[in-house]
Ligand binder design. Structure first.
Ligand code: ZN
Length: 342
């Protein structure tokens, strides 16, 4: 395990084609019942092995046991009716048919704890587990009960905290909240979003991370990116709030994006997972490209606080492409480690 520039991924990796239709989000499972349970575990073993073979330092489950990073968690809660669907705008970007909050939300049982326990049993490396952030959860639902994004988000924060404490207890080293909605609703972030995130991670002794990106490489996101102009300064609004939050690590999109990296100065002092792999491109980065992004980030992030990572999840990519990108990430990090050691 590298202590300097430890590598990790934002979370998801492609699923094998025998488990779910490849290169697709929300892909339906191809197995059911006990076969599905065993199939998910086998897929997790493969995802883990691919990370370990690539030399990734902080490993995850590749999100092999969930269909979607937000929906799968919500499906396991009470108070949300998945039959009652309504169309809303997600992250102010695209319309989607979403379930409805019809009563008080609660978590009747653990959602991912058994899956995380399985991952823990398969590796002695540090493990990271991702949960959806409260604001992003609220943004994927139609709320007929609380009638307040803030009130619903704080309910979700308590639920996330319950799950996170159980994940910590079984040996998860880093708990990550995925909050792409942070990059859109800046007023909400300022008014209650950061306080809500702090509530979700309160009392945890393991490390905590928040992942804020510009989304998976799907059509709605790439089209939105084209409207953002030549410089993406969304992080500039966000970072002053995150800098003073309780979260330990901030996971960001940096490579090939139009984010001016000097914005990282605004979160100086936090650990940063620097996205050095573009998940929207069909090319495998040359190690030198990865190294170049990391070197730029090093101007604003102290070396002992820099964690090379991917811009976002790689679920929609082909397996060969994702594997190539994992190798490129580690090879690029190795170049910069050698430079730092020299
Ligand atoms: Zn992401």
């Amino acid at each position: 395990m590298n202590t300097l520039l430890p590598t990790s991924t934002a979370g998801s990796l492609p699923k094998p084609s025998w488990l779910a239709e490849p290169e697709k989000l929300w892909s339906p499972w191809k197995l059911s019942g006990e076969e599905l349970v065993i199939g998910k575990q086998d897929a997790l073993r493969i995802a883990l092995q691919e990370q370990e073979l690539a030399g990734i330092d902080i490993v995850g489950d590749g999100e092999q046991t969930r269909q979607h990073f937000v929906t799968t968690f919500i499906e396991n809660l009470d108070g949300v009716n998945f039959e009652k669907r309504q169309t809303v705008r997600i992250r102010d970007r695209y319309e989607a048919s979403v379930p409805t909050v019809v009563g008080p939300v609660s978590r009747p049982r653990s959602v991912f704890v058994r899956d995380a326990q399985f991952l823990r049993s398969q590796t002695s490396q540090r493990i990271k587990w991702a949960l959806p952030g409260p604001m992003t959860m609220v943004d994927t639902l139609c709320d007929e009960h609380y009638q307040s994004r803030e009130a619903l988000a704080f309910e979700f924060a308590d639920i996330i905290n319950q799950e996170a404490r159980e994940l910590e207890a079984i040996g998860v080293d880093i708990i990550q909240l995925d909050e792409p909605a942070f990059n859109v609703f800046f007023d909400d972030v300022k008014d209650w979003g950061v306080a809500c995130m702090n509530r979700a991670i309160q009392g945890l002794r393991c490390e905590t991370a928040v992942h804020v990106c510009y989304g998976y490489g799907i059509k709605a996101n790439t089209e939105w990116k084209q409207t953002l102009g030549t410089e993406w300064r969304q992080y500039e609004e966000l970072f002053p709030h995150l800098r003073h939050s309780d979260v330990d690590i901030i996971s960001l999109e940096c490579h090939n994006s139009r984010v001016p990296l000097e914005l990282l100065e605004l979160i100086r002092g936090k650990k940063v997972m620097v996205g050095a792999i573009d998940v929207t491109s069909g090319n495998i980065e040359a190690p030198e490209e990865v190294a170049s992004t990391l070197r730029q980030a090093l101007k604003y992030v102290d070396a002992e606080k820099l964690y090379p990572c991917t811009n976002c999840g790689m679920a929609p990519l082909s397996r060969a492409l994702a594997r190539g990108k994992l190798n490129a990430l580690e090879a690029g990090a190795a170049i910069v480690r050698a430079e730092l050691a020299a």
